[in-house]
Design a protein around this ligand. Structure first.
Ligand SMILES: *[C@@H]1O[C@H](CO)[C@@H](O)[C@H](O)[C@H]1NC(C)=O
Ligand SMILES: *[C@@H]1O[C@H](CO)[C@@H](O)[C@H](O)[C@H]1NC(C)=O
Ligand SMILES: *[C@@H]1O[C@H](CO)[C@@H](O)[C@H](O)[C@H]1NC(C)=O
Ligand SMILES: *[C@@H]1O[C@H](CO)[C@@H](O)[C@H](O)[C@H]1NC(C)=O
Ligand SMILES: *[C@@H]1O[C@H](CO)[C@@H](O)[C@H](O)[C@H]1NC(C)=O
Length: 374
């Protein structure tokens, strides 16, 4: 009798425990759901309306090499910002040469970096390459070669020169990719910035990005990645590549339904190295040049399929209303497009990057002049 009672009691306790455990798991699960997996959405909605919150305090941090600011290095300034940052932070970086390798992690949204320049530039430079060996023997790879890597959303940069000073790789050399800036966050804008390097200068990795009055220099694939980006009034400067034609872009879209692609409007292509407008890193690679000046350094064929003829049918490589000797479509590959105004319409405004939902609300002016453009 007693043992039956004890067993019943134990069973009740057991059931009680199971119920408690279940409640615990349900709570944990919904906590994670609310705070982790759905967090990016909430944060995005909040941030999209944020710039209109007039009285939101902006945290200002000053970085200066001479010790007159809050920090002497940019990374120290970034490290001082709390994780899951929700407040706009403006890092004012006084002119000078910052030899640093910088990471802005995913959890630090809403950082603006401004070069405060008087006579000189604010330069951030490092010299990693893809083949550098890390502690432990592994290769760094292209993605980790960036001088500045931005993984956060709502990043803005103004008046800053991003540079990778590694030597230009010789033809056939492996692992010479050396990124100056990698942008992997969504909704980023760059005004009056310069990007200097050789192979793989600007890693436009993923997300929607806006570049205005910038200058980008390199040899091979110097604007590459799977971003969905709008470049306006940007100078693309092609350097000589040991006599072998380089390529401005290597856009990586590999599915027709993905909305990524690079659009260049009112840009200028100049320099001294023969270049293709793009080569197909992804088989649905998408690049459009509109109202752009192309100097004679552009290869008459225009585009390269990177030895995969099947891509000829799937890439979207187009130009619209371009000028200059290099813009002639006479010698172009058969699969290059010349757009009609109707076909060009979806590409030639910042609607291409949904600008109306975020770009126009950023706390900056799109008319900022830039003294850095020659
Ligand atoms: C930066 O330094 C100024 C002046 O010393 C100080 O008022 C401000 O609180 C500092 N800001 C930060 C974020 O440390
Ligand atoms: C980077 O710079 C350091 C120091 O100047 C030098 O020792 C190193 O060889 C350079 N690496 C590359 C890949 O240029
Ligand atoms: C860059 O700095 C110069 C000189 O201080 C200023 O005139 C210009 O407006 C700045 N450009 C941007 C994009 O902030
Ligand atoms: C395009 O590339 C993707 C990723 O490499 C691959 O899965 C897909 O099959 C390719 N499509 C074609 C048509 O080759
Ligand atoms: C074509 O380009 C010229 C400048 O080269 C510009 O004035 C004109 O507005 C452009 N046309 C269209 C339809 O954008």
């Amino acid at each position: 009798m007693l043992s039956v009672l004890v067993e019943a009691g134990m069973l009740a306790t057991l059931i009680y425990c199971i119920i408690l455990k279940l409640i615990y798991y349900i709570c944990i699960f919904s906590y994670y759901n609310a705070n982790i997996s759905h967090a990016p959405l909430n944060v995005v909605q909040q941030l999209d309306t944020h710039p209109q919150k007039k009285n939101q305090e902006v945290i200002i941090i000053v970085v200066s090499t001479d010790g007159s600011g809050n920090f002497t290095t940019i990374q120290a300034a970034i490290d001082s910002i709390p994780f899951r940052n929700k407040q706009p932070v403006e890092i004012n970086i006084k002119e000078g040469f910052y030899r640093e390798k910088i990471l802005i992690p995913k959890t630090k949204n809403h950082i603006t970096m401004i070069g405060i320049t008087d006579n000189d530039e604010t330069v951030i430079a490092w010299n990693s390459t893809a083949s550098d060996v890390m502690y432990g023997g592994q290769k760094l790879q292209t993605i980790n070669s960036a001088t500045v890597a931005v993984e956060a959303d709502y990043f803005i940069a103004r008046n800053i020169t991003f540079m990778n000073t590694a030597q230009a790789p010789r033809p056939g050399a492996v692992g010479g990719q050396a990124v100056a800036l990698r942008i992997s966050g969504d909704k980023a804008a760059f005004y009056g910035c310069r990007f200097l390097g050789h192979q793989d200068t600007l890693y436009d990795h993923r997300g929607r990005h806006f570049f205005k009055n910038c200058y980008i220099e390199g040899t091979v694939d110097f604007v590459f990645g799977n971003g969905r980006s709008f470049y306006e009034d940007v100078e693309l400067h092609s350097d000589p590549n040991y006599g072998i034609p380089g390529s401005i872009t290597a856009q990586k879209r590999d599915e027709m339904t993905i909305e990524t692609g690079f659009v260049f409007v009112r840009c200028k292509i100049r320099g001294a190295g023969m270049v293709y407008l793009g080569r197909a890193w992804g088989n649905d690679s998408r690049v459009v040049f509109a109202n752009t000046f192309m100097d004679k350094i552009v290869m008459p064929k225009g585009w390269d399929d990177w030895h995969i003829p099947a891509s000829d049918k799937t890439v979207y490589y187009a130009q619209f209303n371009c000028t200059g000797e290099g813009a002639s479509t006479m010698g172009r590959v058969e699969w290059a497009r010349e757009l009609t105004p109707e076909e060009a319409a979806p590409f030639i405004t910042t609607k291409f990057i949904n600008g109306e939902s975020w770009l126009e609300k950023l706390p900056i002016s799109s008319t900022w002049p830039s003294p850095l453009i020659p």
